[in-house]
Design a protein around this ligand. Structure first.
Ligand code: NI
Length: 165
């Protein structure tokens, strides 16, 4: 197990675009293992390679659903539908939350560690997470998309009400 340091805001690498992975060798597999370990250790549900300082299109996700741990190479969105708004945070932006509008349904493809192309149709948290992580690969942070002003306040009120016991 190897843990990597998670880069935090103001680190310029978070604003860079990650490059396509052309060859899945042991180095890529080790990197994905390290990303998985780092994600679990920091209690994240997703991690993009930029966040550990590597500009390759690699993502790990585990939103505790039927897919379990996902190791994604070159993930790409194929189709989106609908809309959902929910609170988001990011390992690279400590102690910050914001409400972000994301698609309700996301169909995406990726290459797995055996070199096979896979397609997943995601909803709920997985749909949010894949968008958040692909944004990272493109140098975009959730705070760039977070709602502000009255719209943000509306969802804050809604969210607080929903969670009041
Ligand atoms: Ni993030």
């Amino acid at each position: 197990m190897a843990l990597r340091n998670v880069r935090v805001v103001e680190d310029p690498i978070l604003r860079k675009k990650a490059k396509i992975v052309n060859k899945i060798d042991d180095k890529i597999k080790d990197l994905l293992e390290d990303m998985k370990d780092t994600m679990y250790k920091t209690q994240g549900v997703g991690l993009a390679a930029n966040q550990i300082g590597i500009l390759k299109r690699l993502v790990t996700i585990d939103v505790n659903d039927e897919h379990g741990l996902l190791k994604l190479i070159n993930p790409e969105i194929l189709e989106i539908k609908g809309e959902q708004v929910g609170p988001e945070g990011c390992l690279s932006i400590p102690e910050t939350q914001g409400f972000v509008k994301r698609p309700e349904y996301v169909k995406f493809k990726y290459t797995d560690i055996d070199g096979n192309e896979q397609i997943i149709e995601a909803t709920e948290l997985l749909a949010v997470c894949i968008c958040h992580e692909i944004d990272h690969l493109n140098g975009i942070l959730f705070t760039d998309r977070a709602l502000v002003g009255e719209e943000a306040e509306k969802y804050e009120r809604l969210y607080n009400t929903e969670n009041r016991a």
